[in-house]
Design a protein around this ligand. Sequence first.
Ligand SMILES: CC(=O)N[C@@H]1[C@@H](OP(=O)(O)OP(=O)(O)OC[C@H]2O[C@@H](n3ccc(=O)[nH]c3=O)[C@H](O)[C@@H]2O)O[C@H](CO)[C@@H](O)[C@@H]1O
Length: 378
Amino acid sequence: MQVALFAGTRPEAIKLAPLVQALRKDAVFDATLIASGQHDSLLYQALNDFSLTPDFDLKVMRPRQSLAELSARLFAGIDGVLEEVRPDWVLVQGDTATAQVAAHCAFYRGIPVGHVEAGLRSHDLSAPFPEELNRRILTLLAELHFAPTRQAAANLRAEGVPPERIRVTGNSGIDALLQVAAAVRCSPPALPAGLSTFLERYPGLVLITSHRREALGQRLPALCLALDRLARQHPQVGFVFCLHPNPAVRQTIHDRLKGAGNVLLSEPLSYRPFVYVMQHAQLLITDSGGLQEEAPSLGVPLLVTRAVTERPEGLATGCAELLPLEPEDIVFRVRQHLAAPLPRGEQRAFPNPYGDGRASLRILAALRQESSRGRPAA
Ligand SMILES: CC(=O)N[C@@H]1[C@@H](OP(=O)(O)OP(=O)(O)OC[C@H]2O[C@@H](n3ccc(=O)[nH]c3=O)[C@H](O)[C@@H]2O)O[C@H](CO)[C@@H](O)[C@@H]1O
């Protein structure tokens, strides 16, 4: 069974890596990995972490291109690859333009699509933008829906997806995390020089990421203001902000946080060092989807800088909490967490509702079942 997998961004590479590894180990499958290059530098950094080299690289990234221009390049590039590879199945992950357009192209050619991480919904098309739209389109296009949780499966059924087309598999991102977290515990990765000195200097550690388009208005400036105050009030705590390459996000953060001594503005870390830093943090502050899924396995509490999340399961376990918009409220919530720290490296025990590390195997089993049933040619 020839399976084509498309990855355009860092999280897609991380979450598809365990699947590519599992497919390549299994004689039933032949896996072709296609990089779109939607987020070029971060995508290749993540693929490298899993020693993966794409079979095709579409290099669609251009500076300051619009979403429509990106989509146009993706349509042309992906259709060409499908013509050449002629896969039996296409696998896409999550909610990016790459995933949505790859599913579209496959659908037009009558190639069945498996959607990994199906059924997440914020029920708000403006947040996350444009990912919530991409998810809904992907649901219309997919033949098999690999839902990470029961809640995600319920969302799909509520939209009329036949139950027999849905599999609850867990999130393949947890497969990747558990693999890398175990490796990092045995052999700590090399960290950039400035970061390792910084970590040694402060007994406490808060790790922050923020990159969502919709954060640029009020949320990111409010978060920076709050962090600046918190850094002054807690000189024993190091605040590491891992930046995203998006120039508008970087500018906002640089302008507001450059001066504070115990704030380190770090370049994006590759996955192994990033997992190491997460393992040693006492608190994560983020608008990332992946971090919301990873935090419970690492036992690190997490504050989500968003008004809504498509991941309510983490809120229900007590690991995650939505952070208010106002800087005073952010300061208050973070101070509450910092008031009761665990020693560095020690973790709280949270159940992980997002997966148990076996999602890829369940997805492979579902594909094998499809192949044994035989599909009519398109
Ligand atoms: C709207 C939304 O929620 N969409 C999500 C979105 O992804 P995201 O929000 O999770 O994106 P990021 O935060 O960029 O990536 C996170 C990953 O990167 C690692 N990391 C982080 C910083 C760093 O310096 N080094 C790293 O290695 C980190 O541990 C984690 O694994 O798209 C995905 C693809 O479709 C979807 O699955 C997913 O729903």
